[in-house]
Design a protein around this ligand. Sequence first.
Ligand SMILES: [Zn+2]
Length: 401
Amino acid sequence: MILVAKYIITGDGRTLLKDHAVRVEGDKITEVGPLGEMLQKYPGEPVEDYGDATILPGLIDLHQHLGTYIHYSNVLQFNDFLLAYKALHAAQEAFAVGVTTIRDVSSDHLLVEKMRQAAKLGYVDVPRLYHCDRGITMTGGHADQITNIKNECEVADGIDELRKAIRGQLRAGADWIKVMDSHRVLTRPEFSQEELDFIVQETHRLERKCCVHAGVGPSVQMSIDAGFDTIEHATFMTEDQAKQMKEKGLAWIPTIITYTWAAEVYADENNQPVQNAPQSIKNFWWFFQLASQSYRDNFKKLYDTGVFVGAGTDMVMAGSPPAPLAMELEYYVRYGVPVLEAIKCGTANNAKILDAEDRFGMIREGLSADILVCEGDVSSDIKQLQKVKKVFLEGKCRYEA
Ligand SMILES: [Zn+2]
């Protein structure tokens, strides 16, 4: 099959091809080349011509919680069955916004692992899944607030319990270890430096990677010192810290939309929350303001340090759009990052973070045919990334507008 569109963005952060075509055979991209040559070389091969459209790699969302419902107003309705349906719905919705790979960074125990098994068995059709099973929190840590009503995090304190928790997560199928450290509004540290250092050491010893929720306070620096492979949020990171991350080869998942979307969608003309905003958003209104300002003022400066930037969305609030990676990348561009580089963050960079750059994440010969087709010229207007026409995962169409 030969796919044709006026524009092709390969995902390397620089390349925009015009009058080119992508050849897909089975689940792989087998060739990318000039349209005329391809048609000559493969006469009779079916051609899908999307016209004034852009072909680019399927998006990768590195910060999802498919099983989240704790901030929903109907939280009391949830049991394991409704939770499984909700998580499946969230995963399937992701295709419609161009997302072909998801890293879930804490849902209920075994929820995403069983979804992945169900996909393998052909029961469900969902994006490619990576997960950390459950996030690990200390007793009294911010994520411990929910462990008494919900199975989404695991409590562990001290080296011995952490060792057991990490091994338990890996036994449950986790690809990554996730640590919950420092909440939005609480600036006190959670895990000790000794504990954070140990988590990284033990996870790396077992040949996996680890990520940490670190937003504010001393937690960002402590996480850099420990050497977590990805630092999630780091909302108030300094330029010096970004440089340290670059030096240590750590990646940043900023999740701008997590804070900025709520601050924009629910604001009245005086920048106060509108009356019908969910209570969970009203409660944190001042924080959403501070966080969104910080990203607006600092994101480009931090990006320019050369720190390795991926992308994820973390939209856990009630009423949030599903897997809005394209919207997240629009913030990157709004704050000064060139479009092709923003797309690289949400595709090739994320694939590299997953150690999968030789399997997917770009429009390149030999890689998995994870392909997104959007209307118009995405390279000149990042908003077009939200106008999804067609989505392929491993060469198979999963969504068509
Ligand atoms: Zn999160």
